[in-house]
Design a binder for this molecule. Sequence first.
Ligand SMILES: Cc1cc2nc3c(=O)[nH]c(=O)nc-3n(C[C@H](O)[C@H](O)[C@H](O)COP(=O)(O)OP(=O)(O)OC[C@H]3O[C@@H](n4cnc5c(N)ncnc54)[C@H](O)[C@@H]3O)c2cc1C
Length: 316
Amino acid sequence: MINVYDVIIVGGGAAGMTAGIYTGRKNLKTLIISMDVGGQTSIPSNIENYPGFDGINGYEMMMKFQAQAMKWGAEMITGKVKKIDKKKDRTFKVGVTSGETYDARAIILAFGKTPLSLGIPGEEKFMGKGVSTCVTCDAPLYRDKTVAVVGGGNSALGGTWELSSLAKKIYLIHRRDEFRGDEVEVERVKKQDNIDIVLSHIPIEVKGDQFVEGLVVEDVNTKKQKTLEVDGVFVEIGFKVDSEFVGHLVKRNEQKEIITNLNCETSQPGIFACGDVSDVIFKQTVISAGEGAKAALQCYHYLSGAKGKVSIDWDH
Ligand SMILES: Cc1cc2nc3c(=O)[nH]c(=O)nc-3n(C[C@H](O)[C@H](O)[C@H](O)COP(=O)(O)OP(=O)(O)OC[C@H]3O[C@@H](n4cnc5c(N)ncnc54)[C@H](O)[C@@H]3O)c2cc1C
């Protein structure tokens, strides 16, 4: 017998778990399929900008999200979704890498994105202990400290600018002899006294004991190496969105993010997207959670066929 869910949510981070809470509360038969519990929010040891929690361990917070989704009836399995197909009856078949398939009347895509890493010694070891991929999240931890930002695009330039009002000194390290980012961003950074621009250098190793203490960089021309004494290293070299498996179903932008409207609808009726995987500009836990709620409510509208009818969460 085929087990048909009302909705399958792909991804168990802040967006997916919140969507699960809302679809559960709408009595929709919900399955969350995710490679892990909590997504990227589980990585930081201290989240300081989620309303209601004035500092909480990311993993601990995501356990609360999961417990709340389960409490409202969402089921969850661990797995990687590799295929989604639309059937003739306009429902969907979802295939996971282990070979199982699951059917659903609607899909919520909440599978996030992955920050690109440098792949150098020490980077993984010190992730969350001085190495970060998110200036917006971690900049306040480096007040009056010395940090390095690695990257040459707008996110590295913008991140460096953001840090310059907090940190004592920032080394901006880029492998080329000029930046890829917008001229305005470049000029702004060049004018700032506490930013030391280190062009034509690549990071070689993150050094430290318990926390980051230095970054070894190498001149791409002379191959000469030096160690910069820093308390933190921000890796701002972009993100990867693994959305190929839905490319035949939904429209995506150049970054392979899924294009959504204000209500988290995609170009495919019955498929919704939310959080980091969508083309929403700001990538933060609170935003993913809000987007997850929107996607779930819009999905409920779609499934109930109540187009235009206003239905709010507590209106059971
Ligand atoms: C080091 C670091 C620190 C951060 N600090 C903060 C902070 O302090 N405050 C803040 O607001 N934000 C912070 N962020 C950003 C925040 O973590 C993200 O914006 C947020 O996690 C996005 O949530 P999401 O649910 O959209 O995606 P994600 O958290 O990326 O979750 C996606 C989920 O989908 C799963 N998945 C992916 N592909 C598949 C697939 N094919 N099949 C099944 N499952 C799949 C993943 O395993 C994951 O569980 C930080 C990020 C990092 C990396």
